[in-house]
Design a binder for this molecule. Sequence first.
Ligand code: PMP
Length: 395
Amino acid sequence: MFAHLQPSAADPIMSLMEAYLRDDNPQKVNLGIGLYYDEQGNIPLMQAVRQAEQRLLTQGHPHGYPPIEGSAAFAAQVQRLLLGEEVSACGLATVQTVGGSGALKLAADFLRDYLSREEIWLSDPTWANHGAIFAGAGLQTHSYPYFDDIAGELRFEAMLECFNGLPAGAVVLLHPCCHNPTGTDLTPAQWRTVIEVMQQRRLLPLFDIAYQGFGDGLEQDAYALRAAHRAGLDCLIANSFSKNAALYGLRLGALTLCCGDAQTASNAQGALKTLIRRSYSCPPTHGGRIMETILTDDALRHLWRSELDAMRDRIRQMRLRLASGLEQGGSALDYRRIRDQRGMFSYTGLNPQQLETLRQRYAIYLVAPGRMCLPGLNLNNIDYVADAILAVSRS
Ligand code: PMP
């Protein structure tokens, strides 16, 4: 029955991680997969998460089934986080999902089954799994211009031109902050222009926000979402707590639809529940309870925010230090990209040959084509990495 199956193509980011783990070079540095590591090179257990878990353990929760859409209190907190403290739940439908990936998959199923959409436009470049998720759900994927890797700049005009040429109702996936993989974001003024075009052309944005808090802060990073919502634009928002609460393995995210009015939101919520029920029935409970506990308690919420601020600051310091190391060493590489880009990633402009040499000779792992995950840097390895990049970018 199964004998015809062929070996599957491995996921490039996961295989790189496996190659890194197998590497016995004591100086190896992992700048590949999008994970936040602390100064000691560990995935943090945030204090806010630890305290919330202790509280939940003391309370003792039986492991019954949650509602199909997850808890209502969690959904209300997600809406505040995305759309602002004062947001009214009226016109919003939010369901808990299995990570940000689960939110995207649910969005894809919803677009196909309830909105009869057959296509989606993704930024060029984008996170590799976007293509896989939407194509896997039967949508045809197209790309819109986003980043010029030679000039190291956003292709803003080309992007607008593309949006202006799309058919009414076309679905466009946008990264509100910390664009993966380029680390290059739109300014608030550019977002306002994009939102105007979306309204004029009657386009449907799907915002994928997987790094809220890693750009400029929780509020600032939500600028595009809030501006779209204020403008009355119908949209979908997929968010993830994998990175900003370091809950990777607990698989926590949400999908929110901004629908305009309460009746439409209630119908949309029903559609999402139908899709969830027929797929995995209901979400896992533990991650949702942790985040609900944090977000509904002023002290824990404050602690979480300050820990997240410290994570963002550490990445920023690593950016500045690496960029100045490259500048002082006279690197031919455009170090300003590393300095100015935001979030976890930098699109370094290192070519495939240089990436290969970094891996073979120095055991430094980056994702092709030149995406560096900055949190893999720390005070113990940053000078080694700067020297290695200088060496490969000179030759
Ligand atoms: N969107 C983007 C842009 C991402 O980078 C990621 C994670 N790498 C996700 C969504 C999915 O997040 P999760 O791990 O929560 O599924």
